[in-house]
Structure formats: structure tokens, C-alpha cells
Design a protein around this ligand. Structure first.
Ligand code: GAR
Length: 187
């Protein structure tokens, strides 16, 4: 099996990046992580690119030329698939068009509920009975696009932001690889 050359976009901790790197070492997993792009030079997740010898580039999304820089790197590293993993910027139309149906994202809620930031605060404030995570295709709107995998769990009355995040991320580490396998099984 020829693995898809994949770029993971991050902004912070990179625990989903680490999980995807771990899965990609399995022969039968459909992607290999060939590049990491971070918009934040201080993103902790960069440590995983370094540790596993994966090329990485920092591209400040506020810079005028950032789209071109991103596209140039995706071309240079022959990238054909993109996973957003805690990338806190909207992907521009220009990039979405070039990589149509080839960019996916993970979000810590049951989309379409609770798009955007401060997800756990909003879930707790609304006394949601259940929550989870969603992997979806990316379009040019925030946390939008066709859903690939959703994972659900029940919120306890004593849950807080920290426990919700922990529980959600445990689900994410299952959901993201599962979504990737599902995509390529159907292609
Ligand atoms: C993840 O929980 C992901 O769902 C969320 O950021 C976290 C990144 O964690 N993404 C979003 O909120 C996107 N809208 P990580 O850096 O440890 O993978």
C-alpha cells in the first residue's frame, strides 16, 4: 500500500499529532506524516516533529503571503492529504479549493453544536447531557463540512472543563485514526 503523504497543521500541544504519528507507523495505516505546519513558533507539538524526524515549518498565518508559503511547502513535500489537529486558524478558500475533500479537522464537540472557541465552557454552561468529538471535512467556514466520524459520551454532573477535555481527547485519539481509515477504505 502506498501511503498518502500527509501534512498535519497544529497550533498548540500536538497530542493529536503525536497520536497520528504513532498510528502512521503501522504498515496498514493509510497515511504517513510527511510534514508538520505550525502557525505558532512556540507550539509544544513541534517537539513531536523533531523527535520523529518529520520536517516542520512555522508559518505565521497573519503574514500577507502565508497562503502562498503554505501551498509552496505542500508542493515541495508532495502532500496529498491534510489533517488539522488543533490548528486555530481558518483555512483560506485558496487552499481549500486546491485540496478539495482532502482536508479534515477534529473538533471537541458534537458538531454542528458548539463551533469555534471555548467549547467546554459552552457545553457546561448549557448543561449538555452528552458531548464528544467530531472529525469532518474542511470547507471555508469555521468547524463546518461533511461529518466523517462522531464519538459520544455522557457528561457527569461533577464534570468540569479539565475532566471534559480529558474525556474528549481520549475519544479524539480513537476518532481521528478511525476517520482516516474510513476515508481511504472508501476511495
Ligand atoms: C483538540 O481537542 C481539538 O479537537 C481542538 O484543539 C485540541 C488540540 O489538541 N480543535 C479545535 O478546537 C478546532 N476548532 P492537541 O494540540 O493536543 O492535538
Amino acid at each position: 500500500m502506498v501511503k498518502k503523504r500527509t501534512c498535519v497543521f497544529i497550533s498548540g500541544q500536538g497530542s493529536n499529532l503525536k497520536n497520528l504519528i504513532f498510528h502512521s507507523r503501522d504498515k496498514s495505516f493509510p497515511i504517513e506524516i510527511s510534514l508538520v505546519i505550525s502557525n505558532n513558533k512556540n507550539a509544544k507539538g513541534i517537539i513531536y516533529a523533531k523527535k520523529f524526524d518529520i520536517p516542520y515549518v512555522i508559518i505565521n498565518a497573519k503574514h500577507r503571503n502565508s497562503d502562498n508559503k503554505i501551498l509552496k511547502n505542500l508542493k515541495k513535500f508532495k502532500i496529498s492529504f491534510i489533517c488539522l489537529a488543533g490548528y486555530m486558524k481558518i483555512i483560506s478558500n485558496k487552499i481549500v479549493k486546491k485540496f478539495e475533500k482532502k482536508i479534515i479537522n477534529i473538533h471537541p464537540s458534537l458538531l454542528p453544536k458548539y463551533k469555534g472557541l471555548n467549547t467546554y465552557t459552552k457545553i457546561l454552561r448549557n448543561y449538555e447531557k452528552k458531548t464528544g468529538c467530531t472529525v469532518h471535512y474542511v470547507n471555508n467556514k469555521l468547524d463546518d463540512g461533511a461529518i466523517i466520524v462522531k464519538k459520544i459520551f455522557y457528561v457527569n454532573s461533577n464534570d468540569n472543563k479539565i475532566t471534559l477535555k480529558k474525556k474528549t481527547q481520549i475519544m479524539e485519539y480513537k476518532a481521528y485514526p478511525e476517520a482516516i481509515v474510513k476515508i481511504f477504505r472508501n476511495r
